[in-house]
Ligand binder design. Structure first.
Ligand SMILES: O=C(O)CCC(=O)C(=O)O
Ligand SMILES: [Fe+2]
Length: 509
């Protein structure tokens, strides 16, 4: 076991997060213990404390699938389809060391670290996606095939897990009688296990990762256990369906059989080999695990493992790809969803023969508020997120071009709608009570709009954003100048919001 020597945690690793800081403080100048396969207790601890973590070594995966998947990774890399994300963590803009690409169901998105990624579609039935290169299309098809394979493997692993849990229960003495409710056993005994297993393995997208450590000299050190350089820091995966699984295919581009002589004298994990690290959240008693990953190995995080544990990726020497298959929680994350929302907002707008002037059907405060909320949603969750990522999506496919144009048109109509609301509250002779109710309903939403516009504008101008190559430069879009005659309202709503505050005070003295 690698553990508790007097190794100092370097000061650069001290994070602003208070909880993390507290945990680190508790550690003082020691590292927590962790296990690798070299340790005698490794398999026992894995079985005992990490039973929902499953590893399938490369040998158990069909050879033909390995070849196809590995070629697909290389093709996407060759065509420059993977990008580092400019994410935002605790108000700071950071460029991920890992380059990524999201592939999945058409129109689906996945949000992580305040960044919404848009799928390059894989060719499910009925998909009419076009790809810039035949090889890109073939690669997407391959990841769909891998997805199907991992889904079947996941369901099987879930069945085995359920059988194991049941066996464990059956060995418990029956002193409480057969009808005693089996509390605390998770939801695998509630009667619709099979349906649950299927839906929790119904991966709808995969996030591909790539990093070449040779080209990334400034990787962070793992701060709790001293596991060495990290490609991905400790985290839970976000934005997933509750208790859904995650399946990962690992492609570390190792040379053939470069068996590093295992020196049993050396403590801890082999820094030349890629590993995935696991720890139990908020637990400093249970040793962490560092699982070595070789070319073609797959691992699975089942059931609530992702919620109860954190994981990280520990860099090895060679370049490495991974394909991480997930059940994204996309109830508010699909193109169909946001189009429906826009339609709902625009139901309050009267179709008019291109005079440009918008008129509203209802002045009901709740209706107006809903319209302004949807306006914010399409602007900040879709348009700005998309354009912030520059032109990267055009590298692979034009799938999102038409939808983004359409969403921008719908958004522009909503600018007209907001303008109409403002006209109403400013109108001389408008009923005071009504204006005051409208103002109360929309002021917070417009204040949010102003704040978020300022934040996105700054994010696009940040020093780190400027370092990106042209095709990836964040674009602040929509953006327009004060005197743009095609726009009914200014981009900067500072004065508008101040004016509305004043009006509200007047109306409600
Ligand atoms: O590459 C891996 O093995 C996992 C990466 C990961 O944790 C993530 O992308 O969320
Ligand atoms: Fe992850």
């Amino acid at each position: 076991m690698a553990s508790g020597s007097a190794s100092k945690i370097s000061s650069s690793n001290w994070k602003r997060s208070r909880d993390k800081l507290r945990l680190l403080e508790e550690l003082e100048d020691t590292w927590l213990p962790y296990l690798t396969p070299k340790d005698d207790e490794f398999y026992q601890q894995w079985q005992l404390k990490y039973p929902k973590l499953i590893l399938r070594e490369a040998g158990s995966v069909p050879e033909g699938l390995h070849k196809e998947v590995q070629e697909a990774f290389l093709a996407l890399h060759k065509h420059g389809c993977l990008f580092r994300d400019l994410v935002r963590i605790q108000g700071k803009d950071l460029l991920t060391p890992v380059s990524r690409l999201l592939i999945g169901n058409p129109g689906c998105t996945y949000k992580y670290l305040n960044t919404r990624l848009f799928t390059v579609p894989w060719p499910v039935k009925g998909s009419d996606a076009k790809y810039n290169e035949a090889e890109i299309g073939a690669a997407c098809q391959t990841f769909l095939k891998l997805n199907d394979y991992l889904q079947i493997e996941t369901i099987q692993a879930l069945e085995e897990l359920a059988a194991k849990e049941k066996a464990n229960i059956d060995t418990v003495p029956v002193c409480i009688g057969p009808d005693f409710p089996r509390v605390g056993m998770g939801s695998s005994f509630d009667g619709h296990d099979e349906v649950d297993r299927k839906s929790r393995a119904a991966y709808n997208l995969t996030l591909l990762n790539f990093m070449d450590p040779q080209k990334m000299p400034y990787l962070k050190e793992e701060p709790y256990f001293g596991m060495g350089k990290m490609a991905v820091s400790w985290h839970h995966d976000e934005n997933l369906v509750d208790r859904s699984a995650v399946a990962v295919y690992n492609y570390s581009c190792e040379g053939p059989e470069e068996e590093s002589e295992d020196d049993p004298q050396l403590e801890g994990r082999d820094p030349d080999v890629w590993h995935v690290g696991f720890k139990i959240s908020w637990d400093i008693e249970t040793p962490g695990l560092a699982i070595p990953l070789h070319q073609g190995d797959c691992y699975f995080m089942l059931d609530d493992l992702n919620a109860t544990h954190q994981h990280c990726v520990l860099a090895g020497l060679p370049p490495r790809f991974s394909s991480t298959h997930r059940v994204a929680e996309c109830s508010t994350g699909t193109l169909d969803y946001i189009l429906q929302r826009c339609q709902l907002a625009l139901q309050n707008v009267r179709d008019e023969a291109d005079s440009g002037e918008v008129s509203l059907k209802s002045l009901e405060p709740a209706v107006l508020k809903q319209g302004e909320e949807i306006h914010n949603e399409v602007e900040f969750e879709w348009l700005r997120q998309f354009w912030f990522q520059g032109n990267r999506y055009k590298k692979c496919t034009d799938w999102w071009c038409q939808p983004m144009t359409q969403l921008e048109e719908l958004w522009k109509k909503m600018e007209g709608a907001t303008h109409a609301v403002l006209r109403e509250v400013r109108r001389e002779g408008a009923p005071v009570e009504q204006s005051s109710d409208i103002l109360t309903a929309i002021l917070a939403v417009l204040t949010t709009r102003q704040n978020l516009r300022r934040e996105w504008h700054a994010r696009c101008q940040s020093r780190i954003a400027r370092t990106l190559p042209v095709d990836q430069k964040p674009e602040c879009r929509p953006y327009w100048e004060k005197d743009d005659p095609s726009m009914p309202l200014p981009f900067d709503l500072t004065d508008t919001v101040a004016e509305l505050r004043g009006l509200l005070l007047e109306a409600k003295p």
